[in-house]
Design a protein around this ligand. Structure first.
Ligand SMILES: NC(=O)c1ccc[n+]([C@@H]2O[C@H](COP(=O)([O-])OP(=O)(O)OC[C@H]3O[C@@H](n4cnc5c(N)ncnc54)[C@H](O)[C@@H]3O)[C@@H](O)[C@H]2O)c1
Length: 255
């Protein structure tokens, strides 16, 4: 599918990997709805990029919020062809720590935002994509989710996060199968360690040390490299139902 003239909804588009997608998509001639909790940052990006971008304050885990994003896309741009799910949260906490068992709500919250939030957007935006006219190649939409290498090699303290990302990996193929008859592709990117605000809280020395654990290139991933892969998935009609690691061959150690 061509980005030029298409409309994309990008969750988590106010920061990091999602923001890089917003910038790349707009530069390629797409319209974008930024769906993010962070109103200040999301609105600032939308204002900077101008008429091709709208911001909608969204909690992806709220049942009603995807509809708000959809209505904005329809009213402002007349359709929706691409959904990129980047909204997510990360926590570090052992299942049984010094204080005892992890409060159940700490586990549930991560699953709710990362896994249920992605599904929540897909069910509503996917339904609209199905109703639209296909392009000349029979394509109606492309959906890209964000897992993590933690879905495969989760570290100590990452049980809720790894479970949420493993869920995203698990739903990729059945979603692609369900949506295939409508010409909608579903893929997932599993990034390694990326240099986003999630990581920028760490001291410079820690970020360099993390980067050096990557076999090649020995550095943190750049958000633009995520956006480049998302763009490639959108372009290449044959990529479907697949999870692609974007990680410089890192395999995370237990801790
Ligand atoms: N940075 C990394 O190293 C890395 C590695 C693997 C996977 N990921 C995943 O990539 C995605 C993007 O992460 P990032 O590094 O760009 O992080 P980030 O913190 O820079 O951006 C995440 C964005 O999601 C938004 N968000 C959080 N909860 C939300 C909610 N309930 N509804 C709507 N928006 C919400 C935040 O406001 C923020 O703008 C996440 O799913 C993350 O788990 C990141």
């Amino acid at each position: 599918m061509e980005l030029k003239g298409a409309t994309a909804i990008v969750t988590g588009g106010a920061s990091g990997l999602g923001e890089a997608c917003v910038r790349r998509f707009v530069a390629s001639g797409a319209n974008v709805v930024i769906a993010d909790l962070n109103e200040e940052r999301g609105q600032a990006v939308a204002t900077e990029l101008g008429a091709a971008v709208r911001f909608v304050k969204t909690d992806v885990s709220n049942e009603d919020d995807p509809e708000k994003c959809l209505q904005t896309a329809l009213e402002a741009f007349g359709g929706v062809h691409i959904l990129v799910n980047c909204a997510g949260i990360a926590t570090a906490q052992r299942t049984v720590g010094r204080e005892g068992p992890m409060p159940l709500n700490d586990f549930t919250k991560v699953i709710k935002v990362n896994l249920i939030g992605s599904f929540n957007m897909i069910r509503v935006i996917g339904a609209k994509m199905m109703e639209q006219e296909p392009n000349a190649n029979g394509e109606r939409g492309v959906i890209i989710n964000t897992a993590s290498v933690a879905a495969y090699d989760g570290q100590i303290g990452q049980v809720p996060y790894s479970a949420s990302k493993g869920g995203i990996v698990g739903m990729t193929l059945p979603l692609a199968r369900e949506f295939s008859k409508f010409g909608i592709r579903v893929c997932t990117i599993a990034p390694g360690i990326m240099d986003t605000p999630m990581m920028q809280g760490l001291p410079e020395a820690a970020r360099i040390s993390l980067g050096q654990q990557v076999p090649f290139p020995p550095r943190l991933g750049r958000p633009e490299e995520y956006a480049h892969l998302a763009n490639f998935i959108i372009d290449n009609e044959l990529i479907n139902g697949e999870v692609i690691r974007l990680d410089g061959a890192i395999r995370m150690a237990p801790k």
